[in-house]
Design a protein around this ligand. Sequence first.
Ligand SMILES: [Zn+2]
Length: 649
Amino acid sequence: MKVVIFISMFFYISLFSHTLVNDYYRIDQLDDIYGYDVIGYDVYLNLTDTTSNYVSGVSTISLITKTELDSFVVDLVDELECLDIKVKDGESTLSYSSISREDDRVFITMDQLVSPNKELILEISYEGESPTGSYFNRAFDITTHNGATIIYTLSAPQGARYWFPCKDIPSDKAIVSFTMKIWNHHQSFANGILVSDISIDQNFKEQRWVSNYKTATYLMAIAVSNYKMFTIDYNSDISGKSFPVECYVYPEKLEQAGKDYSEIVDMLDCFENYYGEYPFSNEKYGMANFPWGGGMENQTASHIGASVVTGTGSGSDLIAHELAHQWMGDNLTASTWNDIWLTEGGATFSEAIWNEYKSGEYGYRSTMDSFENGAKNHNDNLWGFEDTYNRFVYDRGAWSYHMLRYYIGIKKSDEIFFSTLRELYKDPSYREGSITTDQFLEFFHLKTGVDLTQFGEDWIYGSSYPKYEISYNLSNGSSLSELEVVVNQTNSEAGLFRTPIPFVVQFSDFTDSLIYLEPKDYNNVYSFEFNKRLHNNLSIENFNFGNKILCNKSLNPGSVIEIDNDLSSVYPNPFNPVTNIKYSLSKRSDVNIKVFNRLGETVFEISKKDMPIGDHFEIFDGSFLSSGVYFYSISTKGGSMNGKMILIK
Ligand SMILES: [Zn+2]
């Protein structure tokens, strides 16, 4: 089925119309159809014909079989023609009976069964016009900037097959090298390190890039243009290592890039501080301009949209986003496209982390707040959202990290949230690997002891968010204040959300108390006693204090009764049915005493003339009333005193 939908791109990009075959982008969730693991790609690309989107090359795929295979499946768009295919077993070549092409795949049917655990090399020569039709329209594009050629790739999510034969799923990561034949006046850029630069003749040269870090195919990338390159050295306080940040920029952007990229050292300090050592410090971090309004976090080799580079720092969050991906998405990759929130949510959350690093709590809070509307934009669940790179995945994903930080923070500590992330990124099972949502939550569970089953159901596997209607009753006294808070989740159709709601109470002595309201049901009543007076009436800001939980909230006007415990009292209290209302006067005064119920209706009233200085009491008989909470007020010339009394029959 083909549908035309609107998508938003990686970051701050205007919407554009795009044809997307949804099913296609969900098809490769399982590794099973391939039956082999890729060890490495060695790709040769001839990029000298820049007049159209023509590409020719040789993809050499080193692999190991996992099961007995009668055929090999390789991903390659149908528009790219296979010129020659060899299946090599050491020095010998295995024969195959047929090659067929279907659904952007190559099927190589072998003459004989291939046994498991066999190391082989697939060598595929290919050429053709790389077509449009990838998720972001063009996965391989040759165009111009300022009159100069720019060749670039954008392999996410399944676009690597648009420019070289590969096993195009995110969970099978492999080392990669690209050897590019290009014009002498061009400069190439790719994953890893530039290891050789050889002149072929007066027109052409060959540049070879090698990365020995395992890389997902959607994070493999090249770019070729008339780049100017400058290097910023990074010396890590965390690891003691040094590596270069290589900046490949359009000549016309050189000055602006010099300004905008100067923050990169602080950004690396920031993310190393929160997430641990930069994962690819044996090689580099690179950024190359490409003709886009956003960025793409290719491993060790981000593409940064030229329009983002302004010299004003306006692209700061985007540059931080792509850098953070090196930890979240590149080093540790989402195993399937259903888990992409781990990647995009993590990098979007990292924008808030970067702003926290720069400007503290305010920077963090304001950045997270800016993602709130997007996080509420769909009523669907985050895991497996049908449109992989929809802005919703970014914003709700970021909020899921934000809420996980909060939840681990209140159960353990904020530091444990970050130390667990650091452990995850260097864990031998996950480093340079991939992870599912279940594995991610289970890792946190194992390391912190905090069960995240309900958390996952609330925010990742479940849809929507809670809508809370809040009301309260307060009897506010100088030595005893009693507060009853009613929290109703009104959208029961979304299921019960159980994540505790942070609630702050401020007192008249300018201290405060942070309380976590744990929803047990759709309707919850919480009762509190404090030994001092609350500062003010409660406001909506007291609930979900600090905007920690994705929710809507509304507050009904509360009933507040001011009680003076020091100048008046009731004894006995509770009472049945008779009690004494005591008060003291510091000067002669007329006195009016009222008793009223919770609704504010007066049930008893008495007035006394010209009462003398000293202690007094009034007997109150509640035999005509039903059990419950009542309040009294004593009005004098000097003011009024209030109190609470409980009749229990
Ligand atoms: Zn991203």
